[in-house]
Design a protein around this ligand. Structure first.
Ligand code: NAD
Length: 505
């Protein structure tokens, strides 16, 4: 049997329980399927067939989950950090044990090629280990001295938090958001994206095996407009971490206004990769291809705008066209597949609509732009390259979130900065040049939360991750995550020597 056939056979086995019975919520340590619950059909992008029914969470379901998280909070908060560390490391061990199941189920649910989802499962475990190790010191603060007073700060977990995640890499993102919350001592109500609920339920099941106390981690399935909305309004929830679209962030700000929610948003991007004439041509080409066509282009940090300097423009585009034509589109469980099907028919239609938009705007579709009919009923498209584009076109301004790259040329460094910054977004940027001074000037001037020089998006868990402008509010990673999930209290102690102002003497 080929590796592909073996993957299909194991995936079918893992998916069987989801097909056999309705996927419920996970509340207070058990699976909950409310009597008379409304359900929806969860489909696979491979052929749009059903992977089973999923419960549509109501406000009442969310209330139960929030109450469970509230009831579990004090004990979890008061557990010594070393104990939380032990449990979260056990959780990471369980992820590794279930990595094959997680990767295969995830690929079938969201269409991401197995070559990337295998790594995503392992990265999920790494996220837990990293934050587990930081749990014992999460409450540590600063010591700030004055002549007659000493100040020190203490951090304490903010309370139960809501975590709302999207469909592009559901498992990895859930772990990235939930691990620091738990390490800080918060309890969690997680609402995964309605389009990709399965790996979130695998995670919830592991909580029991790992020894997480009931109520510390709760998962609510359903739609943003109902379940997500109630989660962001619930008074027990003290903070909301969202990974999703900008419009969703705006809704959540409004919904959370009444209860003054602290919010952390990781939103969309239209990230520039700027390649100068003096760049290392081959490495730049490899990175440009990887950063837009990996993960089906459904990636927040994808470099969806290529800004290419005029001196190497034609040579670079020629080489790029060849690479894009060579990309292997196919079934996500085929180990050779580099680009899989788009997550859902709705998203497929959105991405395909940009082909007409590109033509109407006068850009050239140099490669792709078509449906892959030969691959059957799934949401398969040919990886696409738009050339002859200008930055004012919609294909350069709007987040397409597919394997689609828009190429814009520039002459000078100043022009590159102007084009890079002419967008509502500011998540990531990539610069390719052998001129260190220029790289450092650009790093200051490009408006983005993250900038990589001569690299694709290398990740370092202690480093801050997040965006500026319409790409987000706040930073994740290392201690930055704890700043969000924790409150800082200042304690000021007098040395007994200072003068107290006298009134009424
Ligand atoms: P989305 O905003 O439509 O949905 C994200 C989550 O929000 C889902 O769980 C959804 O149910 C929920 N939601 C929707 N409306 C809500 C509401 N009114 N109240 C509460 N919750 C609500 O995003 P998507 O389409 O699932 O994901 C794609 C987007 O995510 C892209 O814009 C992408 O760039 C972004 N993203 C950003 C990052 C990052 O780190 N910056 C990472 C991955 C994805």
């Amino acid at each position: 049997m080929s590796e592909f056939s073996e993957n299909i056979s194991r995936a079918n086995q893992y998916l069987q329980p989801f097909k056999a019975k309705t996927t419920g919520h996970f509340i207070n340590g058990r699976v909950v399927l409310p009597a008379g619950a409304v359900t929806y059909d969860n489909t696979t992008p491979v052929d749009n067939s059903s992977l089973g029914a999923v419960v549509t969470g109501t406000a009442a379901d969310v209330d139960l989950a929030c109450e469970a998280a509230e009831a579990a909070f004090a004990d979890w908060r008061d557990l010594p950090g070393a104990e939380r560390k032990k449990i979260l490391n056990q959780f990471a061990d369980k992820i590794v044990q279930h990595a094959d199941e997680i990767a295969l189920v995830e690929s079938m649910d969201c269409g991401q090629p197995i070559r990337f989802m295998k790594q995503a499962a392992i990265r999920g475990a790494a996220n837990f280990r990293f934050f587990a190790d930081k749990a014992p010191e999460a409450q540590n603060g600063l010591s700030l001295h004055q002549k007659e007073h000493t100040n020190y700060t203490i951090r304490s977990p903010i309370g139960p938090v809501g975590i709302i995640t999207p469909w592009n890499t559901p498992f990895m993102l859930a772990t990235w958001k939930i691990a620091p919350a738990l390490a800080a001592g918060c309890t969690v109500v997680h609402k995964p994206a309605e389009l990709t609920p399965l790996s979130a339920m695998l995670l919830a099941n592991i909580t029991k095996e790992a020894g997480l106390p009931d109520g510390v981690w709760n998962t609510i399935n359903g739609f943003g407009e109902e379940a997500g909305k109630r989660l962001t309004e619930h008074p027990a929830i003290k903070a909301v971490g969202l990974v999703g679209e900008g419009a969703t962030g705006s809704h959540i700000m409004r919904q959370g206004a009444e209860t003054l929610k602290r919010v952390h948003f990781e939103l969309g991007g239209k990230n520039p990769v700027i390649v100068f004439d003096d760049a290392d041509f081959d490495r730049a080409l490899d990175a440009v291809v990887f950063m837009i066509y990996s993960l089906n282009g459904q990636r927040c940090t994808s470099s969806s705008r290529l800004l290419i300097q005029s001196g190497i423009k034609q040579k670079f585009i020629d080489a790029l066209q060849q690479r894009v034509k060579n990309l292997r589109v196919g079934h996500p469980l085929d180990p050779d597949t580099e680009v899989g099907p788009l997550v859902h028919t709705g998203h497929y239609k959105k991405v395909m609509s940009y082909m007409d938009i590109a033509r109407e705007e006068g850009a050239t579709i140099a490669v792709g732009g078509e449906r892959r009919e030969d691959l059957g009923a799934g949401n398969y498209i040919t990886p696409t390259l738009f050339t002859q584009a200008t930055n004012n076109m919609r294909i350069a301004q709007e987040e397409i979130f597919g394997p689609v790259l828009t190429v814009i040329s520039f002459d000078t460094e100043e022009q590159a900065i102007d084009i890079a910054n002419d967008t509502i977004y500011g998540l990531a940027g990539y610069i390719w040049t052998e001129n260190t001074g220029r790289a450092m000037r650009m790093a200051r001037q490009v408006e983005s939360g993250m900038l990589w020089i001569n690299s694709e998006n290398n990740r370092n868990l202690p480093s801050p991750f997040g965006g500026v402008k319409m790409s987000g509010i706040g930073r994740d990673g290392g201690d930055f995550s704890f700043d969000f999930y924790m409150e800082t209290k200042n304690v000021c102690i007098a040395h007994g020597t200072h003068k107290i102002p006298l009134l009424g003497r």
